[in-house]
Design a protein around this ligand. Structure first.
Ligand code: IVH
Length: 259
């Protein structure tokens, strides 16, 4: 017993089962993204960004995963808390359930990670797991689920982490939040967190890349408008971010989302 480790892989499942999930106030609010369906609006936005910053701007292009947002805290390399988005200011603690997701490390590989930080991403149910689940439910004469997103969201709120463990949820992590900003850009932060053991969006599969022109942005949109049909998970768009953290700060925020 003296060698028992709460983060041993054998302890992924288990822990308190309660009626309600405890609320938790986010240290860094979980914001929204402003959206558009128009290429002209994207061109206008890109021009505005360019004009405000008065220099060459670097962007990141990524997929918009259709799942459930999660914020996970690591302290001294160990997963200590996982909180849902909630209303963006206050979420619910779902640590016990999140610990069952195999691709989320309970303990980080050695590396130069901050002693305390939050990493954010999207929990989703891959299409194959969703189809298999519904096939099984059909065999059992049970009602099938409508879509992977709602199934992922319902599963994350399950009262039994053993049930969550069976569901094959997955997670892409796409953002680091910490007090002492050690990174100068979003791309650098995400790519470095991959080395600590996180599953981050694949650059090799074009899930995540840098861009420096409107043409590259348009190419990415065009590519994924077709290729989204061949992905093993669902997306509900693509996300364009200004890569440099200083640039992000200069651009500031609207009421709910970064400019
Ligand atoms: S960034 C300031 N990146 O979209 C926004 N969000 O509307 C920080 N989402 O709650 C989030 N894929 O659940 C970001 N590649 C991605 C995303 C992504 C999906 C979701 C996320 C968030 C919502 C924002």
């Amino acid at each position: 017993p003296e060698f028992a480790d709460e983060n041993s892989p054998t302890k992924r499942v288990g822990g308190d089962i309660t009626d309600k999930f405890q609320k938790y106030e986010h240290k860094f609010p979980m914001l929204s993204l402003s959206n558009t369906y128009s290429i002209e609006e994207i061109e206008e936005w890109e021009e505005r960004v360019h004009k405000t910053l008065e220099r060459k701007v670097e962007y990141t292009l990524e997929l918009k995963y259709d799942g459930v947002a999660i914020s996970i805290t690591y302290e001294n390399g160990k997963l200590t808390r996982a909180v849902t988005r909630g209303d963006g200011s206050v979420g619910e603690i779902v640590t016990t359930n999140v610990r069952t997701i195999r691709t989320i490390p309970l303990e980080l590989r050695s590396g130069e990670y901050p002693s305390t930080f939050e990493i954010r991403g999207e929990i989703f149910l891959p299409l194959k797991a969703f189809q298999e689940l519904n096939e099984e439910r059909e065999r059992q004469g049970e009602a099938t689920y409508a879509n992977p997103r709602n199934t992922a969201s319902g599963t994350l709120k399950s009262k039994d982490s053993g049930d969550v463990a069976k569901r094959k949820l997955d997670c892409f992590l796409y953002g680091i939040y910490e007090d002492n900003k050690r990174f100068s850009s979003h791309f650098e932060a995400v790519e470095t967190s991959k080395k600590w053991g996180f599953k981050t969006p694949e650059t090799k599969l074009n899930y995540f890349q840098k861009a420096s022109s409107i043409d590259e942005i348009k190419d990415f949109i065009e590519y994924w408008s077709i290729e989204r049909n061949n992905l093993p998970f669902e997306i509900d768009g693509i996300v364009i971010k200004v890569n440099d953290y200083n640039d992000q700060e200069i651009l500031g925020m609207t009421a709910k989302s970064p400019r």
